[in-house]
Design a binder for this molecule. Structure first.
Ligand code: 13P
Ligand code: SF4
Length: 312
């Protein structure tokens, strides 16, 4: 195990030598965020992956994100430091089961959240992220019945704000689902001046009392532009690193999960399997690499392209 300085210098050198682009989600470890060419949310990262001229994309995030980058760049090498970086949403929505679920609702079109594998995207009419889900759903004629998968909490929220009655797959994010209204109220009583900001993967009782609901990039933007100086952060605690850089002098209070009385924050264990050491090895050896079956890739590309053209 070498020190962080070694990894920092070597990763920077390898990125340059190999004409590689390092994309990082804002839930990644701080050191990885600091090394990245770009840090963003799922939509920002997909957009960056389309526009790059780099020969290699190194994705510091979870599997479905790197896989989306590969679908958008079939001729490029896409690397993920640890292939076990899953997601409770993507991993609990398997194509065979989902095909049976869809078959129960003839005439329905499918909107799938980007937090899915290529097999689900290939069966979808639309793909969305938490940034653009409302716009995508509003772009679909109101009389068109819809299935939304896999996040039931995001789906419920979207049904509420758009007035639709989408049929929902029963999936959830283990990180956001662990936030409780009771903990949030306790924290708010201690910090009554704070604004409550929450990601829409959280459950309805938590969303109900938030001052702002949005994707990770929308949360960052809201805080940058807010006159308030204190915020309760209802999403994965890795985002606080970007918030501290972009909004210095403001106070960020992480919302703990309901089971957790010891730790002050909520972390996504899947995101955190990537480390600077694994990132260094992955760039040096150009492995692990993401591969997607060609037929699946062509089918999954269609709704992803549609999403990018419908997004502001
Ligand atoms: P966004 O970054 O798109 O808001 O999504 C959050 C998330 O849970 C990613 O897995
Ligand atoms: Fe998946 Fe939730 Fe982790 Fe995001 S935070 S990668 S939705 S488990």
């Amino acid at each position: 195990m070498r020190d962080n300085n070694f990894y920092y210098k070597e990763i920077k050198r390898l990125l340059e030598d190999k004409n590689a682009l390092l994309l990082a989600h804002c839930y990644q470890d701080k050191a990885i965020q600091d090394l990245a060419d770009f840090v963003g949310d799922s939509l920002d990262l997909a957009r960056k992956a389309v526009r790059t001229e780099a020969a290699v994309i190194v994705f510091a995030g979870v599997y479905f994100m790197a896989e989306t980058a590969k679908i958008l760049n079939p001729d490029k090498k896409v690397l993920l430091p640890d292939l076990s970086a899953g997601c409770s949403l993507a991993d609990h929505c398997r194509p065979e089961e989902f095909a049976r679920f869809r078959a129960r609702y003839p005439g329905h079109q499918t909107v799938s959240y980007i937090n899915t594998g290529a097999g689900i995207k290939a069966m979808s009419d639309y793909v969305c992220t938490s940034s653009n889900a409302e716009d995508i759903i509003r772009s679909i004629p109101e009389d068109q019945p819809l299935i939304f998968a896999p996040d039931k909490n995001l789906g419920n929220y979207l049904n509420k704000i758009t007035g639709r009655h989408m049929i929902l797959w029963e999936g959830s994010c283990i990180v956001h689902e662990a936030f409780s209204k009771e903990k949030l109220i306790q924290l708010y009583r201690k910090n009554p001046e704070a604004k409550i900001v929450v990601h829409p993967e959280s459950e309805a009782p938590v969303l109900q009392i938030a001052h702002f609901i949005g994707s990770t990039s929308q949360i960052r933007e809201y805080i940058r532009n807010s006159n308030s100086t204190s915020f309760i952060i209802g999403t994965e605690a890795g985002i606080i690193h970007q918030l501290e850089k972009e909004s210095p002098g403001k106070q960020f209070i992480p919302l703990p999960s309901h089971e957790d009385n010891s730790c002050a924050c909520s972390e996504c264990a899947f995101m955190k399997v990537n480390t600077v050491e694994k990132l260094y090895r992955c760039l040096r050896d150009e492995t692990p690499e993401i591969f997607v079956d060609e037929t699946l890739l062509e089918k999954a590309l269609l709704p992803i392209r549609k999403m990018l053209s419908l997004s502001r």
